[in-house]
Design a binder for this molecule. Structure first.
Ligand code: ADP
Ligand code: MG
Length: 252
């Protein structure tokens, strides 16, 4: 079976610590996949390997069947593998529109000057993305003046600027209120209808209501992978992730 995003025996060591260990991961086109695991499990490092922010110590990353291991982040992003970035990626003095525009033009500034049709298509893309996220009324507001919740939405808008076919999101609901989190989940469901999404999320309830398939990382390794219901019932997952004590009868 070929997936849209795949890793083979992917590993990352920091000195003596192996943060990602022999990970074989496969996502099919159109999936909404969650990755869960305790703090320090290697989730963010795994995303950094997928997006070229870090080079793996060993193993391969394949996107649409093509080996992208070791490519720089911008090259991977241009191929259609996008990710949300943290607040620091926003330009606070630039407007919402300008922030998304910078992402949507994706290094084509020189061409834009010469080609009005390309300029229009980039602007259309920005308008479309702002509409998807309900930010159209705030397009002229400086990013730094947005509420925390709206800044998180803008991070997604920036990631969508390049029109990625796969979107990676690292704990997008962190720091949001319960109401904001509910709205966010609705939004992510909507986005998932048109693209593949892989989301790192620490809240088990959020994960269960959102994703159809779950991958559980623990100490850099995949300890469970599959349908949400099966993963939730998995005794190893319950012990590691939910902190339930080991039960003798769980091992048969
Ligand atoms: P998670 O996102 O699941 O909380 P991380 O991927 O951030 O986990 O971290 C996994 C492990 O790798 C942790 O023990 C962390 O301290 C370590 N780690 C992450 N990045 C680095 C780095 N740049 N240098 C050294 N150790 C790191
Ligand atoms: Mg993390």
């Amino acid at each position: 079976m070929t997936g849209i995003l795949e890793t083979r025996a992917l590993r990352k060591s920091f000195g003596g610590l192996t943060a990602v260990d022999s990970v074989n991961f496969l996502v099919e086109e159109g999936e909404l996949r969650a990755i869960i695991g305790p703090n320090g499990a290697g989730k963010s490092t795994f995303f950094n390997l997928l997006t070229g922010v870090l080079r793996p110590t060993a193993g391969r990353v394949l996107f649409r069947g093509e080996d992208i291991t070791g490519l720089p982040p911008h090259a991977i992003s241009l191929r259609g593998l996008g990710r949300t970035l943290q607040n620091s990626a926003l330009f606070p003095a630039l407007t919402v529109f300008e922030n998304v525009w910078l992402s949507a033009q994706a290094g084509q500034v020189q061409k834009l000057v010469l080609r009005p049709s390309l300029r229009r298509s980039v602007e259309q893309r920005v308008v479309e993305v702002l509409g998807l996220l309900g930010l159209e009324d705030k397009q002229d507001v400086p990013a730094g003046d947005l509420s925390h919740g709206d800044q998180r939405l803008l991070e997604i808008a920036i990631a969508l600027g390049t029109n990625p076919s796969v979107l990676l999101m690292d704990e997008p609901t962190a720091g949001l209120s319960p109401k904001e989190t509910r709205d966010f989940l609705e939004l992510i469901r909507g986005l998932a209808s048109a693209r593949t999404i892989v989301i790192i999320e620490h809240d088990m309830n959020v994960v269960m209501s959102l994703a159809t398939t779950i991958t559980v990382l623990h100490e850099g390794r995949i300890v469970a992978d599959g349908k949400s219901k099966d993963v939730q019932a998995n005794p190893v997952v319950r012990r590691i992730y939910l902190g339930e004590p080991a039960r003798d009868d769980a091992h048969g």
